[in-house]
Structures are given as C-alpha cells and as structure tokens.
Write a protein that binds this ligand. Sequence first.
Ligand code: FO1
Length: 312
Amino acid sequence: MKCVALCGGVGGAKLALGLSHVLSGENLTLIVNTGDDFTHLGLHISPDLDTVMYTLSGLANAQQGWGRAGETWAFMAALRKLGGEDWFQLGDLDLATHVERTRRLAAGEPLSHITRDFFASLGVGARVLPMSDDPVRTIIHTPRGELAFQHYFVRDKCAPAVTGFSFAGSEQAAPAPGILQALGDPDLGCVIICPSNPFVSINPILAVPGIRAALKTVRAPVIAVSPIVGGRAIKGPTAKMMYELGIPQTAEAVAAHYDGLLDGFILDETDSALAQQLETTGLVCATAQSVMHTEQDRVELARNVLDFAAKR
Ligand code: FO1
C-alpha cells in the first residue's frame, strides 16, 4: 500500500520508523515539519528532519530521542570555554549534518534536494520531504511576548505558558516538490497523521498553502494517531499546551483539532471507552497500543494503522 505520513520529531519519527519497516521505500513518503528549523551559530538546523533521518537510519540516540548515538561533545566544550552560546547542544557527529546542509543551502540548493541526498547517503529508502523549501518558522505566543520555537522549547524548557502560535512565512511558502503529487497519486492507499504535537508539529505542515486543501480532497483515507493517551501526552508539551489554551487534554480534543480532515482515528487501547464514545459522533475509531517503547511496538503500531486504513 502507498502511504503518505505527516510527522514532526521524536513521537512522529517512532511511527515513521515502524512504517519504514512495513512498507517498501517507494511506498512510503514522509512529509516532515520544518517549522522548528532555525539558524544557530550560523548553521541551518532542521531538528525534525534530522530526528527522522537518524531514527530511520539507525543512528539515533534512542534515550534522548534527538541527536546521534555514540555522540561526543568536544565542540560544545570548546565553545563553552570561549563563552559561546551553549543552550542548544550540537554533538560532534551531528555537527557534520548542519555544516554540510548550511554549505549546500548557501550554494543555492533547495532543502528538499539536500534532504533527499542525506537520507540516500544514510541508506534510507523512504522518500522524505521537508514540508516546504521556503522558510516557515513556528512562533510561540506567550503572555510575555513571542518566542522563536527553539527558544521556547529548548532554552526555556517549555516553561512559558502558551496563548497561541503563528507560522511566520507560511503564507508565502509552497509545498516542497513532490508533496502535492504524492497526495494526488491515484494509487495512494492512506495518509497518516503521526502522533506528533498537533499545534507545533502538524499545524505548521497544514499551514503551508495547498497541503490542508489536498488532505481535504485526497481520495485515500486520512487517519490520525492520537498523541494524547489517558489525558497525558506520550511525549513533550502537547498536554501542557492544551491546558494553557483551555482545551481539554483528551484524545477527543485532538480529533476535534483535525475536524474535517479525518476518515479515521486511532486511540491508545487504554482509551477504548473514549473511542466508543467518539464513534457515536460518526468518527470511525480503532484502538491500538500507541505508546511505543521498543522497535517492535513501532512496527506493531504501523501494522495496525495500515490495517485500519485498508478497511476504511
Ligand atoms: N532538544 C533539546 O531538548 N536540547 C537540545 O540541546 C537539542 C539539540 C538539538 C540539536 C540538533 C537537533 O537536530 C535537535 C536537537 N534537539 C534538542 C531536539 C529539538 O530541538 C526538538 O526535539 C524538536 O525541535 C522538537 O521536535
């Protein structure tokens, strides 16, 4: 089955890995959030693309969720000694990715070409597309003003309350080459919205003109996997954001967030009562073990999502 999946960083990459085990490379297209991208120390950093790249190539630091396994930190130590900014950790191995990407972007190459080449170099068969070649930057609104995403997420450890989000540059952005073609493919079997943060991982993708509209008209079923399990986020600040925005911290609220896009919704098996309740509203639901601790969990969830999609 041909599948397109939308994903952000750590949570999304886990399901993306499962999908990459179940589907052959030519049948899997991943559209990855680049709203978290930023320029740091003169380098272009694409955290979600890199998390997906390291996860799918087996190079990821599994405990941390981001960055590379077996990393060393000599660069950071030397930078700190010079009084440089050290709130964002760039490992020595990871640095090569940022330096080479920055060099190629400066030479005028689009992010999608560089991404294609990097993934191929690391032996990943799936087609991985940044959501856009144009810069889109997620801005977090707080009572004390606006924060660039990585300042909110890493430097300030998600502590500021959020009042809203914007995606600077999104109005002028175009979907990266291949995205609308993948969504318009008559053989497409399903679109999966990974259990990534709906506000800061999936919404930036949907903010790129043309992508939301393509999802609304796509013939294949669109299936989301809830990132909220038993009222808590599987990973990261999703539940905290919902609380601060006055949205109930439930899988049901996630489904409502994607209103008008979904043909099916997968909740964790511990939320089966909620799944039954949601079905009465007309949304077709399934439950699965969606908390992915092991590689086997990722593959199992991918199989369950694809089986569910095949029946829609
Ligand atoms: N996340 C952190 O919490 N602290 C870091 O120092 C950090 C460095 C980092 C470097 C490269 C990279 O690709 C990702 C990195 N991340 C770090 C992860 C990243 O900021 C977030 O997980 C995502 O942006 C949210 O999806």
